[in-house]
Design a protein around this ligand. Sequence first.
Ligand code: PPY
Length: 301
Amino acid sequence: MLRIAYFGPQGTFTEQAARALAPGEDLTPYETVRLALQAVRDGAADAACVPIENSVEGVVPATLDGLSDGDPLVATAETILPIHFSVLKRPGSGEIRTVASHPHALAQVREWLEANLPDATPVASSSTAAAAVGVVEGDFDAAVSAPVANEHYQLEELATGVADVRDAQTRFLMVRRPGELPAPTGADRTSIVAAAVNRTGTLSDLLVELAGRGINLTRIDARPTRNNFGEYRFFIDFEGHLAEPRIIDAMTALRRRCHLRFLGSHPRADEVVATIEDGAGNQDFLDAQAWVDAVLKGEGA
Ligand SMILES: O=C(O)C(=O)Cc1ccccc1
C-alpha cells in the first residue's frame, strides 16, 4: 500500500483530492503543505497531495514555494475538485463573532459573510479543516469548511453550498521524488520553474522559445526568490509532455537560457488535448531532425 501524505488535518479539500487520486492507499494528514512535501523528501511518504491553484484566488503560494525550494519533487498526477463550502458551528451555540478558515476559502465567501454574518470577524487558519477543529475546541465560533469536514467533526451546519463564485474549482497535485514519468497521453501538462538571470528581456526570451514552437501556456506565476529583493522565479505550466520531441526541443532551448527545475509532466485532469500548430507537431520535429541527419551523412542536401 502506498503511503500518501496530504495537507490536513482530516476533512480538508486536499483529503478529498487525495482519496480521488489514491483510492484505498494509506493517507496521513500533515499540518502544512511544507510538512506534507517534507514527508516525501524524507522518505516517510511515497507521495504527497497538495493544492496548487484555484479558479478564484489563483495559486497556493505555500505549494509553489515548497516545490521550488528543497530537494526536487515531481508531480505525477492531478485532479480538479468543484469547491463550495459548509459554514459550521457548535451545536446550539449562540452569536457568531469569529469565523475561521484557510485564506483561500475566506476569499471565496467574502460576499456571503458580508451579507449573512456581517458582525463576524474573519480569522485565517492553516486549513479549512483546522478551522473546524478550532470551532470544536472553542477557539472560533464558526468555520468555513469542506462539506466532508463534518464527517469527522460533527458540527451544526449553519449553511451549505456557500460560494461567491459559482463553479469555483481547485486543482490538486500528487507529487513524488523524481522517478519514471507517467506515459504521455496527448492531453498532458508540463510544469517548470525558471530562475531567470537578471538581464533585460529574459522572461520575454523564455516565452518566445515556447511560443515559437507553438506550445500553449496554461499558467504563469512569479514568486520572489526570497534571497534578493526584486529577484523572481517564474512558474510556467504548458501543454505537452517532456517525452514529446517538440517539448524536448523547447526544454533544451530553455535550459540554455536559465536555471530550470522540472516539476512534472502528467495527464491533465480536464483531458484537454494539446493544441498543435501547423509545422509544430512531434512528427514535424522528427522529420526536421531526420533531414539534418541525412545531410550530415551526405545522404541529402
Ligand atoms: O484547507 C483546505 O481544505 C484545503 O485543502 C486548501 C483549500 C482551501 C480552499 C479551497 C480549496 C482548497
